[in-house]
Design a protein around this ligand. Structure first.
Ligand SMILES: Cc1cc2nc3c(=O)[nH]c(=O)nc-3n(C[C@H](O)[C@H](O)[C@H](O)COP(=O)(O)O)c2cc1C
Ligand code: SF4
Length: 446
């Protein structure tokens, strides 16, 4: 067995539930026989032989599966839109761009169980009527790329890809395409432009890719983890899946747990578990006797959730209610040695650097916000600067073209909401309570 496949952290107190990661670390990801030995491709064969495409879509819809790439859009609805769209040529695309700092969920799935992703895409292609598919993977993931390419070759040899698969009229070809590491290329319209060989920049929607995607054709684009959920749903049934999680967030979610926490790594938990259970029961709490301060979910587009909300259930709606989001599954834990102004500056800087520059609010607005945050960290800002920062948050959120700009202010907005006293300490008292920012060094000199 390949020894470098990453599985979930040990489940010491039964809080995890492995569905997406059920094979991770248990099979040889470079051997199709190893995947088949645990039932791999049996679901695809069953679907081809005994289900119509609308029946498959109904199962996905009834399961309640929502997209795991960030926005949580209902997968069944998207599949149904592509299935109903008119067009002789349709495409399926897997989004494996994963550019969030600290995130490695999709990488681990692709590396540990590449056939599971392919099988999910094959079922999706059959359901929506696509005959060509692409896996878009960032070039910084060479092992994932190698294993996916190898898996495609093996599937072709076994007659699972190609013309008239298993003697049916269904044909499908899959290929891997590499991204060059721009965060914005994970945005679906930028990703599709990149596959077409154009500059990876977002475009206004509508039209959505489901109606007009690759080369103007209906295109189903889903995240790696979304596709990895498809096989268990069809194998065990929509009702089974819908029985896991909360009323509106079904199934499990894979998170990459990182930051100031005793156990870092991959976890898979049922939706509805609380942040406290994740941080203390699974992650082992905060090391070195320090105090938990905040947890950042949703990557650079997400927000910082303070200790007062540690009992928030992890589902799409609850995380939104506290100003953050599910995102694709990054979870960064912070203790009392973190300065929340500095944290907001870090995420804002990431968005500013990754802005593609196509629209002014994001290109110029994020740079202006970053300048103001630097001033605050230096201890040189006034209350007027703070007011300007808040106005810019509104402007950038409401007028940017794509999700990168629209969500870029989130880290600032949530830290301003929950940790305003820290901003005031930098601006009014000229001090950084966590002794992280340059203002505290100036303070020491005086
Ligand atoms: C700036 C930006 C970056 C994104 N990066 C990713 C990514 O790396 N992976 C991903 O699956 N979705 C990413 N998305 C979301 C995609 O646009 C799209 O919604 C997703 O691939 C749809 O799949 P899903 O419905 O299965 O979640 C990103 C969105 C934005 C605005
Ligand atoms: S919001 Fe930012 S990343 Fe998105 S199109 Fe505008 S400049 Fe590009």
């Amino acid at each position: 067995m390949a020894s470098d496949a990453v599985g979930a952290l040990p489940d010491e107190n039964g809080k995890q539930r492995l569905i997406v990661l059920e094979n991770a670390g248990m099979i040889d990801p470079e051997d199709i026989e190893s995947y088949m030995a645990v039932g791999g491709y049996a679901t695809f064969n069953d679907v081809l032989q005994s289900m119509t495409p609308p029946e498959v879509i109904d199962q996905i819809r009834n399961s309640g599966l929502r997209g795991r790439g960030g926005a949580g859009y209902p997968a069944g609805l998207k599949w149904s839109t592509v299935g109903k769209a008119l067009g002789a040529q349709k495409y399926v695309v897997c989004n494996g761009d994963e550019g969030d700092p600290g995130a490695f969920m999709d990488r681990s799935i692709m590396e540990a169980d590449p056939h599971r992703v392919l099988e999910g895409m094959m079922i999706a292609a059959y359901a929506v009527g696509a005959s060509q598919g692409y896996l878009y993977v960032r070039a910084e993931y060479p092992l994932a790329i190698k294993r996916l390419k190898h898996a495609i070759k093996q599937a072709e040899k076994h007659g699972l890809l190609g013309h008239n698969i298993s003697g049916t009229p269904f044909s499908l070809s899959l290929q891997v395409r590499l991204g060059a590491g721009a965060f914005v290329c994970g945005e679906e319209t930028a990703l599709l432009a990149s596959i077409e060989g154009r500059r990876g920049q977002p475009r206004p929607r509508p039209p959505y890719p489901a109606e007009s995607g690759l080369w103007g054709c209906p295109t189903l684009i889903n995240n790696v983890e979304t596709y990895a959920n498809v096989v268990p749903i069809l194998r065990e049934g929509a009702e089974w899946f819908a029985g896991i999680g909360t009323e509106r967030s079904k199934g499990t979610k894979v998170f990459a747990l990182s930051g100031r926490i005793a156990r870092t790594g991959l976890i898979e938990v049922p939706m509805g578990i609380t942040l406290r259970e994740i941080i203390y029961d699974i992650g082992g709490g905060i090391p070195d006797g320090r105090k938990f301060k905040a947890v950042q979910t949703g990557g650079p587009s997400g927000g910082c959730i303070p200790a007062a909300h540690i009992d928030t259930p992890v589902d799409y709606e609850s995380l939104k209610q506290v100003g953050s989001m599910m995102g694709s599954g990054g979870m960064i834990v912070m203790d009392d040695s973190s300065c929340m102004v500095d944290v907001a500056k870090y995420f804002l800087e990431f968005c500013m650097t990754e802005s593609c520059g196509k629209c002014v609010p994001c290109r110029v607005g994020t740079a202006q916000m970053h300048g103001l945050l630097e001033k605050i960290c230096e201890g040189e800002a006034t209350l007027d600067d703070l007011e300007m920062l808040e106005e810019l948050c509104d402007m950038v959120t409401n007028t940017s073209l794509c999700g990168l700009g629209q969500a870029a202010p989130n880290a600032v907005v949530t830290t301003l909401h929950f940790f305003r006293d820290e901003y005031m300490a930098h601006i009014v008292d000229k001090t950084c309570p966590a002794h992280v920012c340059p203002v505290s060094r100036k303070e020491a000199v005086q």
